[in-house]
Design a protein around this ligand. Structure first.
Ligand code: HXC
Length: 257
């Protein structure tokens, strides 16, 4: 499908997806959602692709869900369409996605960044859940993911006041994995993605799955889940190769089997 609101480039084993609605600061409308779902389904299904980077522009990762698209909707439209439920499909992408965030990541933009596996932030990044100022609330998981990421005190303050968090504050609070200069953001994210994409593919899937399980299970079940997946990797050719390569002091060559 030809895309109008996103750009997709493949760099070796890394897919770079750039939100591209500059006239609306990358506000997320239904077309953006449909195009992202299509692009990430293709990425997930392509055995030559190992990791993705999702980014926006220097000014805005995304300034939120598209307010102009939502403005005229009533509860019947929202409920019948299960508005925003499509984003759940984005979160079911099995391979890793790095959010590379510069500028505004507000409302749905912050929520989309948090749906990715981790966030690399430019020093210009600003995160916020300003929906309260529109007399609504987060609707793409923000109240839940932000609270899990930064704890109740900060998440509650952000949601109730709509104030923005700087990159430094976001890093201190654990919302982003690290901060890089705005000029280096995409290259640094691509470099990190290339490193992930060079690892044994099944081990990458398993690592993502088990870290995510920490949000869905209690500690005992989570540790058990981790151990069983760890055991399962001992049925793979890449595990034999990875350990042999270490002992033989050479780089592993992966088959994804
Ligand atoms: C639709 C948007 C938009 C949005 C910006 N634009 N954000 N359009 N939806 N979320 C549009 C503006 O209308 C404007 O279009 C153009 O992008 C440039 O924006 P400006 O406001 O002129 O830019 P600036 O003055 O630099 O201010 C940047 C900003 C501001 C601080 C980010 O745009 C802003 O506050 N945006 C809204 C942020 C927000 O409330 N996000 C949460 C949305 S709700 P025109 O045509 O006028 O040039 C949400 C979750 C909803 O995400 C879940 C529950 C319903």
């Amino acid at each position: 499908m030809p895309y109008e609101t996103i750009l997709v480039e493949r760099r070796d084993r890394v897919t770079l997806v750039t939100l591209n609605r500059p006239q609306a600061l990358n506000a997320l409308n239904s077309q953006v959602l449909a195009e992202l779902l299509d692009a990430f389904a293709a990425f997930d299904a392509d055995p030559d692709q190992g990791c993705a980077v999702l980014t926006g522009s220097a000014k805005a990762f995304a300034a939120g869900a598209d307010i102009k698209e939502m403005q005229a909707q009533g509860i019947a439209d929202m409920y019948a369409a299960d508005f925003f439920a499509g984003w759940d499909r984005f979160t079911r992408t099995r391979k890793p996605i790095i959010a590379a965030v510069a500028g505004f990541a507000l409302g749905g933009g912050c929520e989309l960044a948090m749906m990715c596996d981790f966030i690399l932030a430019a020093d210009t990044a600003k995160f916020g859940q300003p929906e309260v100022k529109l007399a609504v609330t987060p609707g793409m998981g923000g109240s839940q993911r932000l609270t899990r990421a930064v704890g109740k005190a900060k998440a509650m303050e952000m949601c109730l006041t709509g104030r923005m968090m700087s990159a430094e504050e976001a890093e201190r609070a654990g919302l982003v994995s690290r901060i890089v200069s705005a000029d280096d953001l995409v290259e640094e994210a691509l470099k990190t993605a290339a490193m992930i994409a060079s690892m044994a593919p099944l081990a990458v899937l398993a690592n993502k799955e088990m870290v995510n399980a920490a949000f869905e299970t209690g500690l005992g079940m989570g540790v058990q889940f981790e151990r069983r997946l760890f055991h399962a990797l001992f049925g793979t050719a890449d595990q034999s190769e990875g350990m042999a390569a270490f002992v033989e002091k050479r780089a592993g060559v992966w088959t994804g089997k």
